[in-house]
Each structure stands twice: as structure tokens, then as C-alpha cells.
Ligand binder design. Structure first.
Ligand code: DO4
Ligand code: MG
Length: 285
């Protein structure tokens, strides 16, 4: 079952459930206005199924603008959770390589704040590369969506855009490498109801298009993620509260070669089986 936020001309954002590849059920007609209503249900999947059975207000997906599936939820991210990410970080860093080796093996994962909901870029909107960075990359990541009680409700697609030159120069520049205008994209769908075992079989694919050509393509599978979802969630909620729920990007397993950098005008396309496709053009911000 796939949930989404969407908008039609002049109307406030609403929630919908996709019925197939072309149609959407408008949940406003069932009185469901915000994401928390779904996230906080005892059984969100069953709740959505019952709405689908009892509501008749289908819209064509082509008639609506899909939005990022967050309204008030913070976005956090885990890092160095795939071997590929660890080796790339060690190679790019001037003098802090051991920090990445250590955190990959450590009991406590690397977790960092990524974005407020209002700053998250939705499907089709431009993602950003910093004007003071010369080595920016997309990071295609499975995103976990938790409710306020730390219950994993579903999954979406995330792009943790990053400036590798800033991070590599000094680990203390990590917030500047990670948190800047348009550096986080999410969406379009929030897949509800898949088990961790099912999600671990999903493929993650990245393609970067430039002037009509694919200039980088890569893929991995969620099963290569070193940490369990529950483990990431447990650390994220330690001494923390997320009254509206929270989204956690789980880290990247795809890193382009070192001579690749995103450029303004590129188009980033991320596909995760079980969820869908997130596409964003790139601008310098
Ligand atoms: O330590 C830097 C963050 C790494 C990251 O974002 C990732 O592995 O996805
Ligand atoms: Mg990342």
C-alpha cells in the first residue's frame, strides 16, 4: 500500500493512497488530513485498507502534483552503513579516515540531523549543489518512516545530497557538507506494510542524466545495509522525542567514481523496488 501527499491547483496539500500506477484515492474525503493520523494508528496498513474499501474518490495521478511525504516530520540520516560508503569516506578524507573505519564497526551508528520538513524537496523539484563546493554527489537512500512511538510504519526514497570535498577536508565540516538549501529530497511514495526482510530484498538504483545521456548509473541492494532497521530506530529515539514522527535515511551504498561531480542542469533519478522512482533536476544554490 502506497501513501502520498499531493496538491492540486490552489488547494492545500492532501493525503492519498495509490490504487494502481494511474489512480489515487483522495483521503480528504475520508476525513484524513495529516500524516500523523495514519502514522499513529495501531495498524496503519489495515487502516489504509479499510479506507480503500470504503471511499470512492479516485483521481488520476497525472492530474495532481506529488509532494514530499512529510509535513512536520524532521529528517535524520545514518551514515557509513554500507561498506561502499565506508571505503569512499576513508579515501576522500584528508586525515580522519579512522573515524569512518571505527563507526562502521562500532555498536553506536553515525546519525545526523538532515532537514526540517519544510526544507525537504519533493518529486520533480530542484535539488541543490552548493556554490562553494566542487565535488557534490547524490546519495540514494532507503528512508525509514517512524511514528512518535518509534514504530516503523513505512519506507520512502531519500536523496542525501552531499559535498564530498567539504566533508573530506575536515570531518567537522560535515554539517555544511550535508545541510544546505535543497540538500534533501524525499518521495514520492510512502510504502506501508513491508517487512524488513522484504525491504532488504529491494534494489536501489541511481542514474544521473546530463544533456540526454546517462553520465553515471549504479545499483545496490538494501540487504547490504550493515545495520538492522530496529537498531537504527532505537539509537535515533534515544534521549530524543519526535512528536510528529521522523524520517531516517539509512545511508548510501552507491558512490560514483571520484572524478564524478553533479552539475547544474543534471537530472537525478533514484529507483527503489517496492517504493517507486524519485526524480529531481539539479541547481546550484
Ligand atoms: O559520514 C558521513 C556520512 C555518510 C553518509 O551520508 C552515508 O553513508 O550515506
Ligand atoms: Mg548519506
Amino acid at each position: 500500500m502506497k501513501l502520498c501527499r499531493f496538491q492540486t491547483a490552489g488547494q492545500p496539500p492532501r493525503l492519498g493512497v495509490t490504487l494502481d500506477d494511474q489512480t489515487l484515492l483522495d483521503l480528504a474525503n475520508a476525513g484524513v488530513e495529516d500524516l500523523e493520523t495514519v502514522l499513529e494508528k495501531e495498524d496503519p496498513l489495515r487502516f489504509l485498507e479499510s479506507l480503500v474499501e470504503n471511499t470512492q474518490s479516485a483521481r488520476r495521478l497525472t492530474e495532481v502534483q506529488l509532494l514530499a511525504p512529510v509535513a512536520r516530520q524532521e529528517v535524520w540520516a545514518a551514515g557509513v552503513t554500507y561498506l561502499r560508503s565506508k571505503s569512499a569516506r576513508v579515501a576522500e578524507s584528508a586525515f580522519s579516515g579512522t573515524a569512518y573505519d571505527r563507526v562502521y564497526e562500532a555498536e553506536r551508528p553515525e546519525l545526523f540531523f538532515k532537514a526540517l520538513a519544510e526544507k525537504v524537496v519533493g518529486p520533480g523539484e530542484p535539488v541543490g549543489i552548493r556554490t562553494d563546493a566542487r565535488w557534490s554527489v547524490p546519495e540514494p537512500e532507503l528512508a525509514l518512516v517512524f511514528n512518535s512511538q518509534a514504530r516503523l510504519v513505512g519506507y520512502t526514497i531519500g536523496n542525501d545530497l552531499s559535498a564530498r570535498d567539504l566533508e573530506g577536508e575536515n570531518l567537522l565540516y560535515l554539517p555544511q557538507a550535508k545541510i544546505y538549501a535543497r540538500s534533501c529530497a524525499l518521495g514520492p511514495f510512502l510504502a506501508v506494510g513491508a517487512s524488513e526482510a522484504a525491504a532488504r530484498a529491494w534494489q536501489v538504483r541511481l542514474a544521473v542524466h546530463r544533456a540526454g545521456q546517462v553520465v553515471f548509473a549504479g545499483e545496490t541492494e538494501v540487504g547490504r545495509l550493515r545495520r538492522r532497521f530496529a537498531e537504527l530506530g532505537e539509537y535515533l529515539f534515544r534521549s530524543q522525542v519526535f512528536p510528529h514522527g521522523v524520517v531516517l535515511l539509512t545511508g548510501t551504498g552507491i558512490v560514483p567514481p571520484d572524478d564524478f561531480a553533479l552539475a547544474g542542469g543534471d537530472l537525478v533519478e533514484i529507483h527503489i523496488t517496492g517504493i517507486g522512482r524519485l526524480k529531481n533536476p539539479v541547481v546550484r544554490v
